[in-house]
Design a protein around this ligand. Structure first.
Ligand code: URA
Length: 234
């Protein structure tokens, strides 16, 4: 397999990060620094990253986390904010998040040491629906609903059709379920802002067929075999 894939399969990092390591000269194949991305390696080759021998692992870990507000979706933070890494600290494998949730967004975040799968699912071109429940300010008129469904301008980008339905109308706010296929930065917040409603709380409830269910905030569960199979086929 390609060198970057081999590094990702060893759970070191994503393939993209592996390319950076290779380019920076941190990777050796059979004792010699290798800066070529496309090099093929197999189990007979000795691959080291920063001097440490690595081996691709076959058994991968897949976790669904219910991210609380006030955590950043990253494994480390230079500003010392709480990270999702703390919530899976008892898992020995080196997991990374699949895609991102904002600091204040709660809900379903997948985490894995399967670099290949993580990269595929998080890829912007991917067509899997991500479902959110948003509490937004005010009333969402039929005209606004129609605009959200059709696509709105969120600053130089027109969103593609979304599935939107009202779950509850309160006197001063509305609870809405919205499912989108793209994952632009702060997309759901920007979509509601574009039609004039401010997002007050935002929770991701599903990624494709993987559901948050009754998982408590700050807790995680391992994905089932069926869920892993489903993700692999995406
Ligand atoms: N859209 C947002 O605005 N924020 C998220 O965290 C996810 C989707």
């Amino acid at each position: 397999m390609r060198l970057n894939r081999y590094i990702a399969a060893a759970g070191i990092c994503s393939r993209r990060k592996a390319d950076e390591l290779i380019e920076a000269g941190n990777v050796k194949v059979n004792g010699a620094v290798c800066r070529q991305m496309g090099v093929q390696v197999d189990e007979d080759d000795r691959v080291t990253v920063n001097g440490k021998l690595i081996r691709p692992r076959t058994k991968k870990t897949y976790v669904a986390l219910n991210k609380p507000a006030g955590y950043i979706t990253s494994m480390e933070d230079d500003r010392d904010r709480a990270t999702v890494a703390e919530l899976v600290a008892d898992i020995p494998e080196r997991l990374f998040p699949v895609g991102r949730l904002d600091y204040n967004t709660t809900g379903l975040l997948l985490m894995t040491d399967d670099g290949d799968l993580a990269q595929r699912i998080a890829h912007p071109g991917h067509e899997v629906y991500k479902t959110y429940v948003a509490t937004v300010s005010g009333i969402l008129s039929d005209a606004r609903l129609a605009r959200l469904r059709k696509g709105v301008d969120i600053g130089g980008f027109i969103t593609s059709p979304a599935k939107v339905r009202i779950l509850k109308q309160n006197p001063r706010s509305t609870v809405v379920e919205i499912a989108i296929r793209e994952g632009k930065n702060r997309q759901v917040r920007k979509m509601f802002a574009a039609v004039g409603n401010k997002v007050q709380t935002l929770e991701r409830t599903a990624i494709g067929q993987i559901r948050l269910g009754r998982l408590k905030e700050g807790h995680y569960r391992k994905l089932t075999r069926e869920e892993i199979e489903y993700l692999r086929k995406l």
